[in-house]
Design a protein around this ligand. Structure first.
Ligand SMILES: Cc1ncc(COP(=O)(O)O)c(C=O)c1O
Length: 218
């Protein structure tokens, strides 16, 4: 295999012979886009974080002791008993219409007016990052990100062959002047900036909050 590749595949089941290792010509069977794939940093991070002797501050692990487990169990039981036929069946790929309406109600509190048709419910934000990358990034496009930024997002941008450009931060998050400079330098180099990805609240991994005035400036 070429260097940088770390892929594991389950070969097709062949009941006529015992597999002794990788099938022949395995590397040639992969699509070209798989050539640059590497194991996600998240995988290595969780491999360390799940060791009992380690208290890891590296991953954004949910604090499970804060969850109301009994309440969640009774809500789940009620949902399945009263509405299981709908809850366990395939539904709208865009997300349950009622949930999309409620998401709009919550966003309205933040001053964002959206229609439920404009909302897509994803399985975690990682899926949203993948969808956004798929529709916006052409190979070679520049994505501006904070320095440092969230490894899961960086992996997705790289998978879609974006050129990731890091922009400086301080204790108040992304520095607006550093952003101006990065935009200027990138454009001067004839490269196309597709978007800025930033984490304004509890930035991962820096943990900082972007103040209101910087948000407006950015
Ligand atoms: C900034 C950021 N985005 C996305 C994620 C992943 O979110 P999800 O589990 O919803 O895919 C994390 C997880 O730590 C994160 O820190």
């Amino acid at each position: 295999m070429k260097s940088g590749r770390d892929l594991r595949v389950v070969p097709p089941v062949d009941t006529t012979r015992v597999h002794t290792g990788e099938p022949e010509n395995l590397p040639e069977r992969f699509a070209n886009r798989a050539l640059g794939m590497k194991a996600s940093e998240i995988r290595s991070l969780f491999a360390v974080a799940s060791r009992p002797e380690i208290v890891s501050l590296a991953g954004g692990m949910p604090n499970l002791s804060a969850l109301p487990m009994e309440m969640m169990a009774s809500v789940t039981q009620k949902l399945i008993l009263e509405n299981g036929a709908e809850a366990l069946q395939y539904g709208s790929g865009q997300g349950h219409p009622k949930l999309r309406e409620q998401i709009c109600d919550v966003m309205a509190l933040e001053g964002i007016k959206a229609h439920p048709d404009d909302v897509i419910v994803t399985t975690g934000s990682q899926q949203a990052l993948d969808l956004i990358s798929r529709i916006f990034i052409d190979p070679g496009d520049v994505v501006l990100v904070e320095a440092p930024s969230y490894v899961g997002a960086l992996g997705t941008f790289k998978q879609y062959e974006a050129q990731v450009v890091h922009v400086g931060m301080d204790q108040d998050g992304l520095i607006p002047q550093a952003l101006r400079d990065a935009i200027k330098t990138t454009r001067a180099a004839g490269r196309k900036i597709k978007f800025l990805y930033l984490i304004p609240n509890y930035q991962n991994p820096a943990g900082v909050l972007l103040p209101a005035d910087r948000r407006s400036e950015i």
